[in-house]
Design a protein around this ligand. Structure first.
Ligand code: FES
Length: 247
């Protein structure tokens, strides 16, 4: 695990403020929380600040978010330096690669993935490549161990990697057309490699109330889609509820 410090003063911008669109969005976020609990919006606001500022959080952005939420600067600094989704120094324009190096990924080849980063991006983590497009770091478990080894790039995970397929992922970011996230082998989500090994009897699905429609990847997350988008169906009020009652 690396030491997480703010970037050198020489690269810190003097000021930060949200764009009008982001400001309107941030004000809307505050409405989600009860009066006096607006500090709960600190992570989404920091994330939006990072997106606005080329993929990293400056000291000015930390102060801005703290003032916006009425929090002491040190409290927001604690959040920004604790969570590895926040980058504290400039990152590559095309992609900042977070390579998982925890045990399951290590046992399945993360060393080779890291070597690709060292050879293709920079020998050391947290350095931007010579062309300014890429940067990388090693992080702890990102929760996709079953598809190890894997990397996280902005919002998306790329899994079941080999050095060759990882190079292709980097190529796709270089071209500006990222490959589809998820497993980079013929595996559906985190299902067994080679196909299902249980519940394979078609009879089970013949009696399904949904008619046994097979799961497909067609509705899988697309590259770049925001990670904080609600993916579950939004509950609807019951038809003819109390809000429609007649006088
Ligand atoms: S160990 Fe790599 S995702 Fe969990």
């Amino acid at each position: 695990m690396s030491v997480r410090r703010l970037a050198d003063a020489s690269v810190q911008p003097k000021e930060f403020s949200f764009t009008p669109d982001n400001l309107a969005w941030a004000k809307k976020q505050l409405e989600k929380y009860p009066e006096g609990r607006q500090a709960s919006a600190v992570i989404p606001l920091l994330w939006r600040a990072q997106e606005q500022h080329g993929g990293w959080v400056s000291e000015a952005a930390i102060h801005y978010v703290a003032d916006f939420l009425g929090m002491p600067h040190i409290r927001v600094l604690e959040v920004a330096t604790f969570y590895t989704q926040f980058q504290l120094q400039p990152v590559g324009r095309a992609a900042h690669v977070q390579v998982c190096g925890t045990t399951p990924c290590m046992l399945r080849g993360s060393e080779a993935i890291r070597k690709v980063c060292q050879e293709r991006i920079h020998r050391e983590p947290f350095h931007v490549s010579a062309d300014g497009k890429f940067s990388w770091e090693e992080v702890e478990c990102l929760g996709a161990c079953v598809n190890a080894p894997m990397v996280l790039i902005v919002n998306d995970t790329y899994e079941d990697l080999t050095p060759e397929t990882f190079e292709k992922v980097l190529d796709s970011f270089d071209r500006g057309v990222p490959l589809k996230p998820g497993p980079q082998i013929d595996r559906q989500f985190s299902a067994p490699v080679g196909g299902a090994t249980t519940l394979t009897d078609p009879e089970i699905y013949a009696t399904s109330p949904k008619g046994g429609t097979p799961l497909t990847d067609a509705r899988a997350k697309t590259p770049g889609a925001a990670a904080n988008v609600r993916e579950a169906a939004v509950p609807q009020p019951p038809v003819g509820d109390a809000t429609g009652k007649k006088q």
